[in-house]
Design a protein around this ligand. Structure first.
Ligand code: F6R
Length: 240
């Protein structure tokens, strides 16, 4: 695993944005994307690079890791809304080439298998960006005795509902389920970039860096992959 320890969040975001810029410009690549607080700085930098003509998303397809269920794409808390407002509306990507599981799918199971098919039809994901939940989750693959390989419907851990309630009026309003890529979907990407900022991620990051694998800390699964880059800040790496 390649490890890049940055001084702070801004430096982490800049390093990540450089890697994405180099992976997309002038290419027909497929990107796997994450939401949450961690990649916001990277999206802002990529958006301004694109505005200045330093980055080109015209040949890019994207697949997001996850979406709450049920939730409307027009709901400001949905990941579709987040991606459109924070990123897709600001770059030169074809919106029809951006995929996020449908939070209103009548049959979420079918939606998940269709999502896998779409990824396969587009030749798989070249570069996958992931964040880490404080409990070690990736996508919404929560710590458990068993993990599910492919895109599936899942229940959110109560600690995730709690952590994500900062975006909602109250924990009661956080959807309790989600559609998420599975561990195999994530590990099938050609390259994985793990982003982590802040001391709340230190425990999960340390477990990943131990090099062992545990379903109780899903981010440790990236130790099975041959091309992973961790970009984190000092707080996440060393703790407080
Ligand atoms: C979001 C996702 C989640 C987040 C994780 C960290 O699409 O897949 O696994 O990456 O919950 O969230 P933040 O960045 O808000 O700390």
């Amino acid at each position: 695993m390649k490890i890049i320890i940055c001084n702070d969040y801004a430096e982490m975001s800049a390093k990540a944005a450089e890697i994405v810029r180099d992976a997309v410009s002038g290419k027909k690549a497929c990107l796997g994307l994450a939401t949450g607080s961690t990649p916001e700085g990277m999206y802002d930098l990529l958006s301004s690079m694109c505005k200045k003509g330093e980055c080109d998303f015209s040949g890019i397809t994207t697949f997001n890791l996850d979406e709450y269920y049920p939730i409307s794409p027009d709901d400001p808390q949905s990941y579709r809304y987040y991606m459109n407002k924070r990123f897709f509306d600001k770059i030169n990507i074809d919106i029809n080439s951006t995929f996020i599981p449908d939070g209103l799918a009548a049959d979420p199971g079918i939606e998940c298998s269709e999502y896998e098919k779409k990824i396969a039809e587009r030749g798989g994901i070249d570069l996958q960006i992931i964040g880490i939940g404080p409990n070690g989750h990736i996508g919404f693959n929560e710590p458990d005795e068993e993990l599910i390989p492919l895109t599936h419907v899942t229940n959110l851990a109560s600690s995730t509902v709690e952590a994500n309630s900062r975006f909602f009026a109250s924990p009661d309003e956080v959807p309790k389920q989600a559609l998420t890529m599975g561990i195999k979907t994530i590990l099938s990407a050609g390259r994985i970039i793990v982003l982590a900022s802040g001391s709340a991620k230190h425990k999960a990051l340390s477990k990943m860096l131990d090099g062992k694998i545990s379903t109780m800390c899903p981010v440790t699964m990236v130790n099975l992959h041959r091309n992973v880059t961790l970009i984190c800040d000092k707080e996440a790496y060393y703790g407080r």
